[in-house]
Design a protein around this ligand. Structure first.
Ligand code: PLP
Length: 410
C-alpha cells in the first residue's frame, strides 16, 4: 500500500506541545507530489494543471505551489489579488466568474487575468464593455456527478455554466463584439468517483467545440473533481488509466479540430486534501445513557465538511492508539447540536487530554472556516522535508475581540 504522508505520527504530540491545539498541519512534500504526478498521469504534452485555490488559500501553500510552477484557478477578486501579490503572473491565472457584480468585473479586467464566464447575461455585459477581448466560456456539461448534491455543478439543477443548447447565443454575442473565445470550460462536480461521467462531460464539451466554429481556441478546461479516498475502505482511482483515456479522447478531438490545443484541469482537493491534519485535544468525556461523547477544543467552525456534506473524515487517537475500542461521538466546542466530526465512530479509548487527528483536512477545511461563536481559527503548520514552518498564527481570544473592535465603524 502506498505510504501517503512523510510526516511521522509520533511528531503530532510534539507539534501539539510546541504549537498548541487545535492546529492544522500540512505535508508540503505530499502537496508537491500530488501536483506533479498529474503531469505524469496525463501525458498530453500541452497540459496545464491549475490549482483551485479555494481548496486552501494558505500563503505558505500557494508559495510552495508557485515555486513548483503551478497555475491557478481563482473564483473571487481577492483570490486574484492575493495570487498576483504572491508573484503568480496574470497569464498563469484563470478567473472563474460566478454571479459577479459589474464593479468586480471592472476590478478583475484591470488585472489582465483571463475571465471564465458562465452566464449569457455576464457575457453580454463583458462583451459590450470590452469588445475584442479574449474570454473563456463555462458550459454546463449536462452530467450529474460529485460526492454530495452540494458539489454537483452540472445537470439541470445548478446555477453554473451556460447550457450546451445555448451555444448559438454565445456565438451571436461574441461575433457582435469581436470577442475571441480562447477557452471552453466545464466543471462537473467535486469528488467524482465515476470516471465514465467525466469522459461524458468531456465529450459533451468537445462536441460543442467541434461542431460550432470557435477558431481562436487555445485550451479546453475540464475543471476539477479528482477524488481522493476519505474512508479507509475507499479505493484510489486509477488516475494513470484516466490520464491515458483522456489523452486519447483529446487527441482524437484535436485531429478533428485541426490543431493541438491545451488541456487544463483545475483540481483543488486532489492536490491538498490528503496533506492536511487537524490536531485537537479532548477536554471532556460524557456518558449520555451509554452514548460516549468526546468533546474537543475544535469545532465545525474549523472543519465543516461533516456537517455540510455529510463527509467522512478518518479520526485517530494518537495518544492512545492501542486502547480498547469503543464507540464515540466526537464533537466540538461550538454551541450547536450539529457540531460533531463523527457520530458512533469506533476508536481506541479516548481519555480527557488525549490528542486526536482528523485526516484529509487539507482541502475545504481551513478555507471554509469561520470564527463562529468568536473562536479563532487555528494556527497552521507546514512541514517540508521534516522542517517545520508555522505559516499562520491563531489569534488569542483577546486579539480576536480587538480585531472586531478595530474593524467596527466608529
Ligand atoms: C470551477 C471549479 N473548478 C475547480 C474546482 C475544484 O474542485 P475539486 O477541489 O473537487 O478538484 C471547483 C470546486 O468547487 C470549481 O467550482
Amino acid at each position: 500500500m502506498e505510504k501517503i504522508t512523510t510526516i511521522d505520527k509520533n511528531l503530532f504530540i510534539h507539534y501539539a506541545e510546541k504549537y498548541g491545539t487545535p492546529l492544522y498541519i500540512y505535508d508540503a512534500d505530499l502537496i508537491v507530489k500530488r501536483y506533479k504526478e498529474l503531469y505524469n498521469y496525463i501525458k498530453w504534452p500541452k497540459l496545464k494543471i491549475l490549482y483551485a485555490m479555494k481548496a486552501n488559500y494558505n500563503i505558505g501553500i500557494l508559495n510552495l505551489l508557485k515555486n513548483n510552477q503551478a497555475f491557478l484557478d481563482t473564483v473571487s477578486p481577492a483570490e486574484v489579488h492575493l495570487a498576483l501579490k504572491l508573484g503568480f503572473s496574470k497569464e498563469d491565472i484563470l478567473f472563474t466568474a460566478n454571479n459577479i457584480t459589474d464593479d468586480e468585473m471592472q476590478e478583475i479586467k484591470k488585472t489582465g487575468v483571463l475571465f471564465n464566464i458562465g452566464s449569457l447575461s455576464r457575457l453580454q455585459k463583458f462583451a459590450a464593455a470590452y469588445p475584442e477581448s479574449e474570454v473563456c466560456i463555462r458550459f454546463n456539461p449536462d452530467v450529474y456527478a460529485g460526492e454530495h448534491k452540494h458539489v454537483q455543478t452540472g445537470g439541470a439543477i445548478t446555477k453554473f455554466g451556460v447550457l450546451l443548447s445555448e451555444v448559438d447565443r454565445i456565438k451571436e454575442i461574441t461575433s457582435k463584439y469581436n470577442i475571441k473565445v480562447v477557452g471552453l470550460h466545464e466543471h462537473t462536480g467535486s469528488g467524482i468517483s465515476e470516471t465514465d461521467k467525466i469522459y461524458k462531460s468531456m465529450t459533451n464539451l468537445l462536441e460543442i467545440a467541434h461542431q460550432k466554429d470557435f477558431p481562436h481556441l487555445q485550451f479546453i478546461d475540464f475543471g476539477g473533481g479528482f477524488k481522493v479516498p476519505y474512508k479507509p475502505t475507499s479505493a484510489r482511482i486509477d488516475y494513470a488509466g484516466f490520464g491515458e483515456k483522456i489523452s486519447s479522447i483529446f487527441s482524437d478531438f484535436c485531429k478533428r479540430y485541426g490543431k493541438d490545443l491545451y488541456i487544463y484541469f483545475e483540481p483543488g482537493k486532489y492536490i491538498v486534501a490528503e496533506s492536511g491534519y487537524l490536531l485537537m485535544e479532548v477536554n471532556s468525556i460524557k456518558n449520555n445513557r451509554g452514548r460516549l461523547i468526546a468533546g474537543t477544543n475544535s469545532g465545525f467552525n474549523h472543519l465543516i465538511r461533516p456537517l455540510l456534506y455529510d463527509a467522512y473524515h478518518q479520526i485517530e487517537n494518537i495518544s492512545n492508539p492501542d486502547g480498547e475500542l469503543k464507540i464515540y461521538d466526537v464533537c466540538g466546542n461550538i454551541c450547536e447540536t450539529g457540531d460533531c466530526f463523527a457520530e458512533q465512530r469506533e476508536l481506541p479509548e479516548i481519555r480527557e487530554g488525549d490528542k486526536l487527528i482528523i485526516k484529509n483536512a487539507g482541502a475545504y477545511c481551513y478555507s471554509m472556516g469561520s470564527i463562529y461563536n468568536l473562536r479563532s481559527m487555528p494556527s497552521e503548520l507546514l512541514v517540508a522535508k521534516g522542517e517545520e514552518f508555522l505559516i499562520t498564527k491563531k489569534l488569542s481570544n483577546k486579539a480576536l475581540a480587538d480585531s472586531l473592535i478595530a474593524s467596527a465603524i466608529k
